[in-house]
Design a protein around this ligand. Structure first.
Ligand SMILES: [Ca+2]
Length: 566
């Protein structure tokens, strides 16, 4: 008799994802579940990266090697060019307006399924090291969090559209550019060094654990996010290089309305940076990217040394880019390529032939792809905006559309983007629409919204109608205002009297580490050494406690492996 379907029989709201299996659900790709190592960088502009741009000046040898073994997505986008909304969309597979993630201080419901819930439900140990910018609930399905977040978990960074001209204390400003240069140490380095150490330790712990479940480890670095500073080692890598200046310069008065607002919000209005200042900022950014590349190299080296390389899918992406002076703009919050495009590669060469994908995909698609990779079922009846990239991974024809939404600081009404084929359409109730053909005009210089060409007008008109059907701008605006006002009030109340932080405090109990009296020393050292030495003590495994503590069979086998045994 067939197994009863454990999920409701109602059809999915979104089309079925990935490879179609029984009951319209995803089909497992692997007979055995692979581990997942998902690495993220923060504010890494895909168009500047060597794996996407052969003319790149940034040195990323580890990413380049990884890309050669990967499916590389050359037109991948975030779904909101701002940290938290982008990440919330990525973890849930839903557009920001669907989950109420409008700015960097919105909490999403703890009942909204994330990829961590899906993988955990499918038998994975889901672990996060580094940044995810959750407000409120700090886990959202991750079983372990190895570090605190770098950003606050409270409502302090809520945006206020009721007073859009007031700059808030935490907004970006020009200091990142004016103070760019090398350093011995920074807040960002403090953070990423911990993220790297804890992630490597997690992998070492995993291989020494008996009967470990497959892992999904998300390692999320804060570099190369501004401030533009990096330690000398990485700054010095670019000594003597004539750093490229931005390709496009646009006078402030000629900017589109949203870009003008961004200049004001980032306190860049009236600033004219010298070529030397711009080059210093870009050089520090290059160095920070090389630092991330170095961290990635170290993680991959640990995978290899621990014998995990073959059965681990490696994913690399980011949350948004950085304009780095292109068009006179800095940071993000814009739909121009350097701000909204993200790096994306998925590597598992024994399953996916390394190749390049030119279709438009987005980080929303990561959740359904992960579900397909591990054979997890998306729950029918629950909303899902992302689409599996499994067809792209196998070199077939996959989807080619990205939707993005922006409702944070710098806009005063929902600002939406549709990217399909060569086209990028941008619309906002308070701004004139924009339409670019990125094949003909990769620098986005020619707004075709008012083109008199009939064919282009037809494209424009179809995007206009599609956006009007997809988004209820009036309702979304109301939702944003309500959410902002609610948080402003609650936050002002929470700051009175005793302050109880929601920031995550990771478990790091020294009483459970290293040499402690509750485990016999020989056994402890045996379990801690990887790979296990081939000369095992003769009497191990006779006492019940020793039996329980016996090394995993895999380690015993590795002890006779000449590659690992030294
Ligand atoms: Ca970010």
């Amino acid at each position: 008799m067939a197994q009863p379907n454990q999920y409701p029989a109602s059809p999915p709201i979104s089309p079925p994802n990935g490879i179609q299996g029984k009951d319209n659900l995803s089909m497992p790709v692997f007979p055995a579940k692979p581990n997942i190592l998902y690495i993220m960088a923060d504010q890494l502009a895909a168009p500047l990266l060597s794996m996407h741009n052969p003319k790149s000046q940034i040195r990323t040898p580890n990413l380049d090697n990884l890309a050669a073994k990967s499916v590389v997505f050359d037109s991948a986008y975030c779904n909101s060019p701002l940290c938290a909304p982008s990440r919330m969309a990525m973890v849930t597979g839903q557009l920001p307006s669907k989950i109420g993630s409008y700015d960097n201080a919105c909490s999403i419901g703890s009942d909204v399924p994330t990829y961590a819930h899906y993988l955990r439900h499918a038998g994975y140990e889901t672990t996060l090291a580094g940044k995810m910018h959750f407000t409120g609930d700090q886990l959202h399905g991750y079983e372990n969090r190895l570090t605190a977040d770098i950003y606050p978990a409270d409502f302090g960074w809520a945006v206020n559209w009721d007073d859009p001209d007031r700059r808030l204390e935490w907004y970006h400003n020009s200091s990142s550019i004016l103070q760019a240069g090398p350093c011995v140490r920074s807040n960002q380095l403090d953070y990423d060094e911990e993220v790297l150490y804890k992630s490597k330790q997690y992998l070492y712990d995993h291989v020494r654990k008996p009967n470990a479940r497959p892992f999904c480890l998300t390692v999320s670095f804060t570099h190369p996010h501004d401030p533009y500073t990096i330690e000398d080692k990485y700054w010095d890598m670019y000594e003597g290089l004539d750093i490229d200046l931005p390709q496009v310069n646009i006078n402030p008065e000629d900017q589109d309305p949203h870009s003008k607002r961004l200049l004001r919000v980032c306190e860049l209005e009236g600033h004219t940076f010298s070529p030397e200042q711009i080059k210093r900022a870009r050089r520090a950014y290059y160095g920070a990217v090389s630092y991330v590349d170095d961290c990635i190299g170290q993680l991959l080296e640990v995978l290899k040394k621990c014998g995990l390389e073959d059965n681990t899918v490696v994913i690399f992406s980011g949350d948004h880019g950085d304009m780095l002076g292109e068009r006179g703009l800095w940071y993000k919050m814009s739909y121009f390529e350097a701000s909204v495009r993200v790096p994306l590669l998925i590597s598992h060469p024994k399953q996916f032939r390394p190749h390049r994908v030119s279709q438009n995909v987005s980080t929303l698609d990561i959740l359904p792809t992960l579900a397909d990779l591990v054979g997890a079922n998306l729950i029918p009846g629950l909303p899902m905006d992302g689409l599996s990239m499994m067809n792209h991974l196998y070199g077939g024809v996959g989807h080619d559309t990205v939707f993005a939404e922006y409702m944070g600081e710098g806009t005063i009404a929902p600002l939406m983007m549709i990217r399909r084929g060569p086209w990028k359409y941008i619309t906002c109730p308070v701004d004139p629409p924009m339409l670019f053909n990125l094949e003909d005009d990769p620098l986005e210089l020619l707004n075709l919204a008012k083109s008199t060409d009939d064919k282009i007008q037809a494209v424009f008109e179809s995007f206009r109608v599609e956006a009007g059907q997809k988004w209820d701008f009036e309702q979304i605006s109301k939702d944003v205002f309500l959410c902002q006002r609610r948080r402003a009030f609650v936050w002002s109340a929470l700051q009175k009297g005793r302050f109880d932080s929601w920031d995550y405090n990771p478990d790091d109990d020294g009483r459970k580490k290293y040499i402690r009296s509750q485990i016999p020393l020989d056994i402890l050292e045996l379990k801690a050494r990887f790979p296990i030495h081939q000369n095992l003590p003769l009497n191990t495994g006779t006492l019940p406690m020793e039996k329980a503590l016996a090394p995993p069979q895999a380690l015993v086998e590795m002890a006779s492996d000449p590659v690992h045994y030294r």
